[in-house]
Design a protein around this ligand. Structure first.
Ligand code: KG4
Ligand code: ZN
Length: 320
């Protein structure tokens, strides 16, 4: 991609607080020079899911120390920042609000521009962090997180069509809930990835949906819930690895079936993936088998992070 250099905005601070991760990063001259994420998973683990009030209180506690660490890592002072970018949506309202107030205060204090960033579009462009020059259009992006499952067709900078999105649960949410039903460590998506055994995916599950239909992950979740209840009523043992591996395979197959469908309808340069589920080993391997080249996001930038927020802000400045 042609990078037009904006001489006024070289260094951008990114702030991400959409869910439970408090993350702050600095992108300077189109490269991440500092990125710190603070997550206190143990606060939520006992409940088996994110508690919004606890998450927003943690942001309020950790934003300032994280900012100091990031400035320290970058050997910068607060006055070296040229713009402040923050996650404006989508996310948990209280968490977003905490990040917004912090970002606004900084921008007002420093008299620098404040940039509102879309979390899902930031995930979509995270494949290009530290290598913005590789961006070519059109591309298809699978954005798969705990709150959304979306397939975009990007035909220019920040110009896109939504080809598909989940009607109900997101794929990450479904994996987390299935993990919880199976008694696995939170978050379920990571636990299911870790225990995945390709030779144990033989539990018969529901049929895959028509490729042209919107994603739906609540059916498979309900199926597993019924299956577990029946097993428990009959006092039969549940084979956690078999159920977990079969469900993970089903979910990843569902993502691949849809991607394949859109690849046969649209010409694209490549496929990219973003969001927490993009860390999944089975997805990363399966996607490489599709008929188009794939640009994989680095694993460290799949989950929520502020580097992707600063990266998208930097792209907005360059494309302005
Ligand atoms: O993007 P993200 O960090 O937060 C949201 O914006 O929601 O995504 C979190 C989701 C969770 O559902 C988590 O279980 C899932 O990403 N996830 C994974 C893996 N790592 C995180 N799912 C499958 N395999 C993984 N390795
Ligand atoms: Zn996310």
């Amino acid at each position: 991609m042609n990078q037009k250099k904006n001489p006024l905005v070289k260094t951008i601070l990114g702030i991400e607080t959409s869910c439970d991760d408090t993350s702050i990063a600095i992108v300077s001259h189109h490269k991440v020079i500092a990125n710190r994420t603070f997550t206190k998973i143990s606060d939520h683990e006992i409940y088996g899911g994110i508690i919004p009030e606890i998450a927003s209180r943690n942001h309020a506690i950790h934003l300032n120390p994280t900012l100091n660490q990031v400035l320290n890592d970058a050997h910068m002072g607060i006055k070296d920042l040229d713009a402040i970018a923050y996650t404006a949506y989508p996310g948990l309202p209280g968490c977003l609000h905490t990040g917004k107030v912090f970002a606004k205060t900084l921008a007002t204090m420093l008299n620098k521009p404040l940039m509102k960033i879309d979390h899902m579009i930031a995930h979509a462009y995270s494949f290009a962090i530290d290598r913005q020059e590789i961006i070519k259009y059109p591309f298809i992006c699978l954005d798969a997180s705990g709150g959304h499952t979306i397939i975009y067709l990007f035909y220019g900078f920040n110009k896109y069509l939504i080809l598909n999105q989940s009607n109900d649960d997101a794929v990450g949410e479904c994996l987390d809930k299935v993990g919880r039903m199976l008694g696995l460590k939170y978050p379920g998506g990571i636990s299911l990835d870790q225990q995945f055994d390709p030779s144990r995916t033989n539990l018969p599950l529901i049929k895959h949906y028509e490729p042209s239909k919107n994603f739906s992950f609540s059916g498979i979740k309900t199926f597993v819930s019924n299956y577990i209840n029946q097993k428990q009523m009959k006092k039969q043992k549940i084979d956690v690895v078999q159920v977990g591996s079969s469900v993970l395979q089903w979910c990843i197959d569902e993502l691949i079936i849809k991607l394949n469908h859109y690849l046969s309808h649209y010409y694209v340069e490549y496929i990219v993936i973003g969001g927490g589920v993009a860390a999944n080993s089975l997805l990363r391997n399966s996607i490489k088998k599709l008929a188009k080249p794939v640009v994989l996001v680095e694993k460290k930038y799949t989950g929520d992070n502020a580097a992707m927020i600063a990266n998208l802000a930097d792209l907005i400045v360059s494309n302005h």
